[in-house]
Ligand binder design. Structure first.
Ligand SMILES: [Zn+2]
Ligand SMILES: [Zn+2]
Length: 125
């Protein structure tokens, strides 16, 4: 998300906030962009990946819309992903990260050479 009052024609790093923890983007933390300016930081991807992908938990309410892909429950049902897990931000209830986006974000951070981010594993968790 963008900090309120951000000039869209001149977006600075500090105007970019993680949708899930509202942290500002800084040089030492990776950030992945979703649709409509939504963003998630590396720390939230780590937490979500451990909980949803490694542990198989879902902390999402039954009905949620993921800010990264903008898919709601009905959209996922139409794509036969209706029962998909999600990760609800412990800080901001309205932010729920769908499992597919968690995996996509983790894959792209893991591949990126710009950040020292690696996918969490069960041993580390
Ligand atoms: Zn975050
Ligand atoms: Zn999603």
């Amino acid at each position: 998300m963008r900090k309120p009052g951000t000039d869209e024609s001149n977006v600075a790093m500090s105007d970019v906030l993680c949708d899930f923890c509202h942290r500002q983007w800084t040089e030492d933390e990776p950030m992945i962009e979703g649709h409509h300016g939504s963003c998630v930081c590396g720390k939230c991807v780590t937490l979500a990946y451990m909980q949803v992908v490694l542990n198989g938990d879902s902390t999402a309410p039954a009905d949620f819309k993921c800010p990264m892909c903008l898919e709601a429950t009905a959209d996922r049902e139409a794509l036969e992903r209706g029962g998909e897990h999600g990760w609800q931000s412990p800080l901001h209830d309205e932010a729920v990260f769908c499992e597919r986006c968690i995996k996509l974000a983790a894959d792209s951070l893991h591949k990126s050479k710009d950040w020292g981010w690696t996918k969490p594993t069960l041993e580390k968790a």
